[in-house]
Design a protein around this ligand. Structure first.
Ligand code: PAF
Length: 278
C-alpha cells in the first residue's frame, strides 16, 4: 500500500491504477469503514482510502480538537483490508492559504443534521468534491449511518456532473445494535451500556411500520417514547423523511428514513433505519 500526503504524489500514484474505488474517511477506522474498503477492492479491483479530519465540517464548539486519531493503526488496518493507496493530507494541503470556495448543496442539507450543525454539510460537500477531483475514483463508498450525508453527496454528484458512482454500504453494528462510529470511543462504560437504546428506539418504529402504521407522527412519537425511557439520553431530533430529499413526510409511502440524534453526556450519536414497504 502506498501512503501519500500530497495531491501531486497521489495523482502520480493514481495514474498507475485502472478502476479504483475511494473510501473517504476521517480515520480512527472501524469495521464499518473496513467493510467499505473490502467492498471497493472486490467491486473495483483496487481501493484507495483518504484519512483527513476535515476542519471545515466541524462547528466552533464541536469536537475537532479531540476527534480520535491513530494513523499507524489506521494504515495497518487499511493494508490488511487490501487498500492500494492511502491519502493522508494535512490541512494545509487541502486548504492552502487563500482557499475560499464552499459548496452549498441547498435544501437537502438544511433539516435534521444540517439544522443542528450549521455549515456542516457545506464542509462535507466541499471536501468530498475536492477528494473526488484529486483521486478521480470510478466509485466512491459511504456508510448508510450518515444517511443525510449520502443524500447531500448524491445531490452534489448529480448537480455538478461529477463522474463517479456513489455506493452506499449498510450500517455496521455491534452485536447489541449500536452503530459503529469513531465517536463511540468517547463513551464511558456506563454511557456505552445505554447507547443501544438508539437502535432499540428505531426498531420500535420498524415494528410499528411492519404492523401497518404509516403516520409519520405516530412513528416519531414511538421513537421519542422509547428514548424518553432513559433520562440520560437527550434527544436532538427524531425525523421521518424522504430518504432522497430529506423532506419531512406526513405519511410513509414506499420508503422513509427514520433518523435521530441523541446526546449522551458530551457525546452526540446519530443513527437511522430505512422503512421500505417492498
Ligand atoms: O463520513 C465522514 O467520515 C466524513 O464526513 C467524510 C465523508 C470523510 C468527509 O470528511
Amino acid at each position: 500500500m502506498q501512503v501519500l500526503s500530497t495531491i501531486a504524489a497521489l495523482r502520480a500514484a493514481r495514474r498507475g491504477i485502472g478502476t479504483l474505488g475511494l473510501v473517504p474517511t476521517m480515520g480512527f477506522l472501524h469495521r464499518g469503514h473496513l467493510s467499505l474498503v473490502e467492498r471497493a477492492c472486490a467491486e473495483c479491483g483496487a481501493a484507495a482510502a483518504s484519512i483527513f479530519v476535515n476542519p471545515a465540517q466541524f462547528g466552533p464548539h464541536e469536537d475537532l480538537g479531540r476527534y480520535p486519531r491513530d494513523l499507524p493503526r489506521d494504515l495497518r488496518l487499511l493494508e490488511q483490508a487490501g487498500a492500494s493507496l492511502a491519502f493522508v493530507p494535512d490541512a494545509g494541503e487541502i486548504y492552502p492559504p487563500g482557499f475560499a470556495t464552499r459548496i452549498d448543496v441547498g435544501a437537502v442539507a438544511e433539516p435534521l443534521e444540517g439544522a443542528a450543525r450549521p455549515g456542516h454539510f457545506s464542509g462535507v460537500a466541499t471536501v468530498v468534491a475536492k477528494l473526488l477531483n484529486i483521486v478521480q475514483p470510478d466509485r466512491a463508498y459511504f456508510g448508510q449511518k450518515d444517511a443525510q450525508q449520502v443524500a447531500v453527496i448524491r445531490r452534489m454528484v448529480r448537480d455538478l456532473d461529477i463522474p463517479v458512482e456513489v455506493v452506499v454500504g449498510d450500517t455496521v453494528r455491534d452485536p447489541d445494535g449500536l452503530a459503529l462510529s469513531s465517536r463511540n470511543t468517547y463513551l464511558t462504560p456506563g454511557q456505552r451500556a445505554r447507547a443501544p437504546a438508539l437502535h432499540r428506539a428505531l426498531r420500535s418504529a420498524e415494528a410499528l411500520f411492519a404492523a401497518g402504521e404509516r403516520r409519520a407522527a405516530v412513528l416519531r412519537t414511538a421513537v421519542h417514547a422509547a428514548l424518553g425511557a432513559d433520562a440520560e439520553l437527550s434527544v436532538d431530533y427524531v425525523g421521518v423523511s424522504d430518504p432522497d430529499t430529506m423532506e419531512e413526510i406526513e405519511r410513509v409511502g414506499s420508503r422513509a428514513l427514520v433518523s435521530l440524534a441523541v446526546r449522551l453526556g458530551r457525546t452526540r450519536l446519530i443513527d437511522n433505519v430505512v422503512l421500505s414497504a417492498s
